[in-house]
Design a protein. Structure first.
Length: 296
């Protein structure tokens, strides 16, 4: 199977009925194509389409290839000042946009993001762009937290080897969150993180699960019920999320270039995947087989 779903490129040919893009346009590629006819699609939640054809999800190949065919309404023309590198990162940014939308963040609210990987970092940056007064990034790796402070977080917390409830208490005290955060996003999928996240939410607050981990975990259901927390899941992205990602990058509100560690040649793809797996980089971009890394 061909891998890849975070991509941008240059249009080389279009169908006879296409009007939105033309050859030579630089575009960000949304990599999942729904049926457009089912209930979720008709209601605008096409990410929940049961017949979604999503890149690099069996049986469908991914975008790490020389050419890719996409519907015109799932391509987003890049402004002249936005690079192909930035366009490739619209995909994880759209994930962060969707998660943060699910949290219904409004100006002045306090937000905690569990996990400072790429999606967690982007959730923090989007929350800040939405007007959150405090954005707390939580992780187990100090270097990730140091970066988070340059990318949207106003506070950080290095998770300790204590109970989830104690970690939650420590975060609340360290960041001055009063009775808890207005919204907590878990972008890690780790069971202790999820448990701490629920304890972190204030009474009547919102909890969003964005990270995926074990299919079944022990969950603090008493805390969820007693505080009347609104709990939501989040999956990929849907109507308007890619467009908002474009607007956030184009306006300079989210600087996705900071996430790019380096760009490598197509022939170095396997080494790049292994390097990312080791966890010492944030994002490595892979040039397509038809171009050179320095031209991306």
């Amino acid at each position: 199977m061909v891998l890849g779903h975070e991509s941008a490129g240059t249009v080389v040919a279009v169908g006879s009925a296409v009007t939105a893009v033309k050859p030579g346009d630089r575009v960000a590629i949304e990599p999942g194509y729904p049926c457009r006819r089912c209930g979720p699609c008709m209601s605008g939640h096409y990410n929940l389409c049961p017949d979604m054809k999503f890149a690099a999800t069996p049986p469908y190949d991914g975008t790490l290839t020389g050419f890719w065919t996409a519907p015109e309404d799932f391509l987003y023309k890049l402004p002249d000042h936005v690079s192909l590198q930035e366009g490739a990162l619209f995909e994880p940014l759209a994930v962060g946009v969707h998660i943060t939308k699910q949290a219904s963040i409004t100006p002045g609210q306090t937000v905690v993001v569990m996990g400072a990987g790429p999606v967690g970092l982007l959730c923090a940056a989007v929350a800040k762009a939405y007007g959150a007064s405090k954005v707390v990034s939580v992780d187990i790796v100090q270097s990730k937290l140091d970066f988070a402070l340059t990318f949207g977080a106003t506070h950080t917390y290095l998770s300790q080897r204590v109970s989830p409830a104690d970690n939650a208490k420590n975060i609340i005290e360290a960041a001055g969150l009063g009775e808890g955060a207005d919204a907590v996003i878990d972008a890690s999928g780790a069971e202790p993180s999820i448990q701490a996240a629920v304890h972190l939410v204030r009474r009547g607050g919102t909890y969003v699960q964005g990270g995926m981990g074990k299919p079944d975990i022990t969950f603090p259901i008493v805390a969820l019920c007693a505080k009347e927390i609104t709990a939501k899941g989040s999956f990929r992205y849907s109507a308007g999320d890619y467009k908002l990602a474009l607007d956030l990058v184009s306006s300079g509100k989210v600087d996705v270039k900071k996430l790019i560690t380096k760009v490598v040649e197509f022939s170095q793809a396997e080494e790049a995947f292994n390097e990312v797996k080791e966890g010492q980089v944030i994002k490595i971009l892979i040039a397509g087989p038809n171009t050179k890394a320095e031209a991306v």
